[in-house]
Ligand binder design. Structure first.
Ligand SMILES: Cc1cc2nc3c(=O)[nH]c(=O)nc-3n(C[C@H](O)[C@H](O)[C@H](O)COP(=O)(O)O)c2cc1C
Length: 351
C-alpha cells in the first residue's frame, strides 16, 4: 500500500500557482510529439479533468513563414488548463508564435529547452539552449513581453554528465520571467536511457521561488509519490508512462487528492479505450489518423494473454474498420477467458 505522508498532503493541498493561473492538480500530462494531440488529451482529461496538459511541440519558424496553425496546435475551446509548447532559437519568432498560441486558447506558453533530437538541436533549439543560456534568457524575456499568459520552460539537467548546468540555467530562466520550470532529470546525452536523476530536481527546487515540476520515470502512483517526497517539487509530469495508458495522470491525481488508490483498468477496459482512441483518431485525421493509431494500439496491447499476437495484428492495420474488428475480437476472447478463469476459480473453491 502506498502512503501519503502528512507533510506531503499539506504541501500539495493548495492549487499549483503558475503566475496568475491556479491549477487544481499537481499532476501534469507532458508534451509528447506524435502523441498528445487533441484526441489523446481528451482521453487523459476524462480521468484527470483538472490537470494541465500540453500540445505537441510546435516549430516557431514554421509558424512565422506559413502563418497558418498546424493541426498539432489545435486546442478544443473546452479543454482547460492547456499549454501550447513552442520550440525554436529565435526570440522574435517565438514571441510571434506565442501570440498565435494565446489566440488559439493557450493558458500558458511553454518553451521547449530539452528536446535531444539532432534535427532540433543543430538548429539551436531544444536542449542546445542549455549551452546558450543567454539566448534562452532572451527568448523568455521576449515571449514574456509578447503575451499576458504565464510563460514556462521545460528542460533537462544538462548537456552531458560533465556539463550539468541546471542550477545556473534554471535561476536564469526564473530571473528572465519564467513562471514555472519543468525539469526532466536526464542530460541530453542520456536521451531516454538510464534513470532520471531526481536529486538534481531537488537542488533546483532549493534555489528557485517559482514552481518546479519533476519529470522523468513517473510510471506509477508509487513513483510519483516517491519523486514528490525526494525532490520537494511542486508537481510531477507524466510522459512515457501514459503511452497506451491515458489513465496514469488521473490515477496519480486521485491518489494525491484522496490518499486512495483507484483500481487499475482491466485489460478489457484498456482495449475499449484503445478502440475509442482509434475511432476518434480516424474521425479527426482520416487515414493519417489510422496510421498514427498503429503505435498507440500496440502500446495498449500489453500485459494479458494473447497481447503479443494482438500487437502484431494492430501494428499493420490499414483501415479503421480493420482495426476495430481486430480489437473487438480480442475483447471477446478476453471476456471469454476471464469468464472461464472465474468458472475454474469457483469450481476449485467448491471442491
Ligand atoms: C515519443 C516522445 C515524444 C516527446 N515529445 C516531446 C515534446 O514534444 N516536447 C517535450 O518537451 N518533450 C517531449 N518528450 C519528452 C517527454 O516529455 C519527457 O520529458 C521524457 O519522456 C521524460 O519523461 P519519462 O521518463 O517519464 O518518459 C517526448 C518524449 C517521447 C518519448
Amino acid at each position: 500500500m502506498i502512503a501519503l505522508s502528512p507533510n506531503l498532503q499539506v504541501r500539495l493541498a493548495t492549487p499549483l500557482q503558475i503566475g496568475s493561473l491556479a491549477v487544481k492538480s499537481r499532476v501534469l500530462q507532458s508534451p509528447l510529439s506524435g502523441v498528445t494531440d487533441l484526441v489523446f488529451r481528451r482521453l487523459v482529461r476524462r480521468y484527470a479533468p483538472e490537470s494541465m496538459m500540453y500540445t505537441e511541440m510546435v516549430n516557431a519558424t514554421g509558424l512565422h513563414y506559413v502563418k497558418e496553425l498546424p493541426i498539432i496546435m489545435e486546442v478544443d475551446p473546452n479543454e482547460r488548463p492547456i499549454s501550447i509548447q513552442l520550440f525554436d532559437c529565435r526570440p522574435d519568432f517565438l514571441a510571434e508564435a506565442a501570440v498565435m498560441a494565446v489566440k488559439e486558447g493557450a493558458d500558458t506558453v511553454d518553451i521547449n529547452m530539452g528536446c535531444p533530437v539532432n534535427k532540433i538541436t543543430k538548429n539551436g533549439g531544444g536542449s542546445s539552449l542549455l549551452r546558450q543560456p543567454e539566448v534562452a534568457e532572451e527568448i523568455v524575456r521576449s515571449v514574456v513581453n509578447a503575451v499576458d499568459v504565464p510563460v514556462t520552460v521545460k528542460t533537462r539537467i544538462g548537456w552531458t554528465d560533465k556539463e550539468i548546468t541546471i542550477l545556473d540555467f534554471a535561476k536564469r530562466m526564473e530571473d528572465a520571467g519564467a513562471q514555472m520550470i519543468t525539469v526532466h532529470g536526464r542530460t541530453r546525452a542520456q536521451g531516454y536511457n538510464g534513470s532520471a536523476r531526481w536529486e538534481w530536481i531537488a537542488r533546483v527546487k532549493e534555489v528557485l521561488s517559482i514552481p518546479v515540476i519533476a519529470n522523468g520515470d513517473i510510471f506509477s502512483v508509487e513513483a510519483a509519490v516517491r519523486c514528490l517526497e525526494q525532490t520537494g517539487a511542486d508537481g510531477v509530469m507524466c510522459s512515457r508512462g501514459t503511452l497506451g495508458y491515458p489513465f496514469l495522470v488521473g490515477e496519480i491525481d486521485y491518489f494525491l487528492k484522496t490518499g486512495q488508490e483507484l483500481p487499475p483498468p482491466t485489460p478489457v477496459e484498456r482495449l475499449q479505450c484503445a478502440r475509442e482512441h482509434l475511432q476518434a483518431l480516424w474521425e479527426y485525421k482520416g487515414d493519417r489518423g489510422v496510421r498514427q493509431a498503429r503505435k498507440h494500439m500496440t502500446w495498449y496491447a500489453k500485459g494479458f494473454t494473447g497481447a503479443a499476437e494482438l500487437r502484431g495484428l494492430l501494428s499493420v492495420i490499414e483501415t479503421v474498420d480493420q482495426g476495430l474488428e481486430v480489437i473487438d475480437q480480442a475483447i471477446v476472447q478476453l471476456v471469454d477467458y476471464e469468464a472461464k478463469s472465474e468458472e475454474i476459480k469457483s469450481s476449485l473453491q467448491i471442491a
